[in-house]
Design a protein around this ligand. Structure first.
Ligand code: BV8
Ligand code: ZN
Length: 251
């Protein structure tokens, strides 16, 4: 099917949908300059994220693990929401019903929501952050939260109890926050349309969120550069960059 037919079909599905949920992955931030997980391993020495984004890595070699997150934070400092984030934010603000669920920890959906809302309330476009936020630290011992700071010579410690801090993200092998996951599934189960944007759909339980919409009888539109394990379940698979496709789909 041609791209123009696909986009028209997808726009019809969006127009007819009562409740929409969007699951996003690293691909929606690629055009903002944030390395995807497929690139990060290549871009940063020779580590694979599954090796560094783990509690074992922080226990075994906290310095290296922290340096990777400090490097990612430095890259993020120069990134801004792209037209894909903004189109999604405007869409949910206009509908007045929250629906963004993200695997990303880069905070770009939140920035897009606040910027697109202007003086209005950003809530409808604020994301459910399944895997936390790299712009925050969390104390390993007392769970106190702190804004991220540049890594110094000493590993960062908690101001309250002196415990080691870690980035406030869900590492591989760690369970997601139950309330956060329940909120994501609740949005997906009640939606009649799920937009899956820029994810390789291999990390669970995040990759199962769109299945909740399908199991409830809803439709799925996939926005990606290539096929993923979810493509065969997609009602429409739009091949293209999120920063170009989303404004055309939702505008
Ligand atoms: C859990 C935060 C219960 C950290 C992330 C063995 C032991 C323990 C667990 C497991 C195990 N085996 C499997 C598991 C489960 C594991 C998992 O799923 N592993 C995978 C690798 C198989 N899951 C977990 O561990 C989860 N917890 O299961 O707890 C438990 C507990 C104990 C024991 C067992 C089970 C926790 C997972 C969360 C990990 N944290 N992030 C950080 O960021 O540092 S995951 C991280 O990687 C991201 O958040 C994201 O979720 C994932 C990367 O995926 P994507 O976002 O999809 O990015 P990717 O680069 O892969 O793909 C980009 C896509 O975009 C591509 O398709 C590309 O084509 C497309 N694209 C690129 N450019 C564009 C584009 N599309 C559109 N436009 C463009 N311009
Ligand atoms: Zn503490």
């Amino acid at each position: 099917m041609s791209a123009s037919v696909d986009i028209e079909r997808a726009r019809r599905l969006v127009g007819e949908a009562r409740r929409v949920v969007a699951l996003t992955g690293a691909g929606i931030s690629a055009e903002s300059g944030v390395p995807t997980f497929r690139d990060a391993g290549g871009l940063w020495r020779n580590y694979r994220p599954e090796e560094l984004a783990t509690p074992q890595a922080f226990a075994r070699d906290p310095r290296t693990a922290w340096e990777w997150y400090d490097w990612r934070r430095s890259v993020l400092a120069g990134c801004a929401p792209n037209p894909g984030h903004r189109a999604l934010a405007r869409f949910f603000l206009a509908r007045g019903a929250a629906g963004v669920v993200t695997q990303n920890v880069d905070g770009l959906h939140t920035r897009a929501a606040v910027e697109e809302a202007g003086n209005g309330p950003p809530e409808a476009a604020l994301p459910v952050e399944l895997h936390g936020a790299v712009g925050r630290d969390r104390c390993n011992r007392c769970e106190a939260r702190f804004p991220a700071e540049p890594l110094g010579d000493a590993l960062p410690r908690c101001d309250s109890c002196g415990g080691l801090r870690r980035p406030d993200v869900v590492l591989f092998g760690e369970s997601l926050d139950g309330d956060v996951l329940a909120r994501a599934y609740s949005l997906a189960e009640r939606a009649d349309l799920c937009l899956v944007v820029g994810t390789s759909a291999v990390v669970y339980p995040a990759a199962a969120v769109p299945l909740a919409t399908l199991e409830a009888g809803g439709s799925l539109i996939e926005v990606n550069l290539e096929d993923t394990p979810l493509t065969r379940s997609a009602t429409v698979a739009l091949r293209g960059a999120a920063g170009e496709v989303l404004p055309a789909l939702l505008g």
